[in-house]
Design a protein around this ligand. Structure first.
Ligand code: ATP
Length: 354
């Protein structure tokens, strides 16, 4: 399996270095034959190549078996004509990575921010919605009407609703068999109305899966009050972005939140958090989100290619992460005293000794 590894901005180089070590170790232990090829995107690429991402890089990724993308300083990238392209958007759009899968669960040894333990997935549509940079072939779907008036358009299509709905039920099939549709159909009557209708229509092919729906504002209250009631939560792009940060933080820290961006042909592992400039360069960032994202990418590859050892490798990473948390070998954001690099060392040591 050839993986393109892009460290990214802010804490990215630190967390991706840790992830690299884990991937090398798991490859050795499970004989995965991983080939890690490093590349640049974001500020480093803007400085040396004149653009945050390039078409050469896209080709490289298309010719690989997966991408590990570090966090990107997307807020800094404002003007595409100056090469400031949002790399997350670029790969999600160009590789059609329509499903953004964000698990959030509590772990023994980690102080959760909720009364009960939970294990859920926020499944977020990734290619349209309220994301102005994703909705149109060129340009954006935000318009400056007068210096004081802006219109931002949201795109919702039948095809994107259908494929994300199917992904939700496929995920729930192997979990607790419960899908919750999150929407704002009381206000966005046509777009979210269609989203709900398609999810409910899709549900007919999965009669043993329970389906319910919640309005997004009420969902926030329910997520804080009783997150254990949820299994797979399927929603449109922006709602999923916001909700998944909440559920990650409820589980203990954003630093624990892994993500897989998956499409029909490509996948990209990417921590759910951003570049965290407030803690960059201090060697205190939690690398587990990046490492858990890598495990999700390995599992995706194994499932696609029918390679059982990739699933075993992903499980070993997950179990090692749990062991580190149980034994308090973690970074300060989750109550530990380890640095980013020493967390990687402890991780590899336990992984290889299992
Ligand atoms: P960006 O502009 O790139 O989105 P941000 O700081 O606005 O960056 P995040 O990077 O998501 O947004 O960070 C939100 C908060 O969570 C910050 O306080 C950050 O320090 C913390 N955080 C994010 N990732 C981690 C991590 N891996 N380990 C520890 N803390 C983290």
């Amino acid at each position: 399996m050839k993986i393109i590894v892009i460290p990214g901005d802010g804490i990215g180089p630190e967390t991706m270095a840790a992830c690299d070590e884990v991937l090398s170790a798991v490859s050795q232990k499970f004989q995965l034959g991983l080939e890690l090829e490093h590349a640049i995107a974001g500020h480093e690429s803007l400085k040396s190549l004149g653009a945050t991402v390039t078409t050469e890089l896209l080709e490289k990724v298309k010719n690989s078996d997966g991408l590990m993308l570090g966090p990107m300083a997307t807020y800094d990238f404002k003007d595409e004509s100056k090469g400031e392209i949002n790399p997350s958007m670029f790969f999600r759009k160009k590789l059609d990575l329509f499903a953004n899968i964000r698990p959030a669960k509590t772990y023994p040894g980690i102080a959760k921010r909720t009364a009960s333990d939970f294990d859920l997935i926020v499944l977020r549509e990734n290619t349209e919605g309220f994301y102005a940079d994703r909705n149109v072939e060129s340009g954006g779907s935000e318009m400056l009407i007068t210096p004081d008036v802006v219109i931002s358009l949201r795109r919702i299509t039948r095809q994107c609703c259908e494929r994300i709905a199917k992904s939700a039920f496929e995920l729930a099939k192997n979990r607790k068999k419960h899908v919750t549709i999150v929407h704002k159909a009381n206000v966005l009557k046509i777009g979210d109305g269609m989203f709900i209708d398609i999810c409910r229509e899709t549900a007919k092919a999965y009669p043993d899966i329970k389906v319910d729906d919640l309005i997004v504002d009420a969902m926030m209250a329910h997520a804080v009050r009783a997150p254990e009631k949820f299994d797979v939560i399927v929603t449109t792009n922006m709602f999923g972005d916001i909700l998944s940060d909440l559920t990650a933080e409820l589980s203990g820290s954003l630093g624990l939140a892994g993500t897989l961006n998956a499409g029909a042909h490509y996948a990209m592992g990417q921590a759910a958090h951003g570049s965290a400039p407030d803690i960059a360069g201090q060697n205190i960032a939690n690398p587990l989100s990046q490492i858990i994202s890598a495990a999700m990418l390995l599992e995706w590859h194994g499932q696609r290619k029918g390679l059982a050892q990739f699933k075993l490798a992903a499980q070993a990473i997950e179990e090692t992460a749990v062991h580190l948390m149980q034994t308090a070998q973690v970074t300060p954001d989750v109550g530990g005293h380890l640095k980013t690099d020493s967390t990687a060392l402890a991780f590899v040591k336990h992984l290889l000794s299992r």
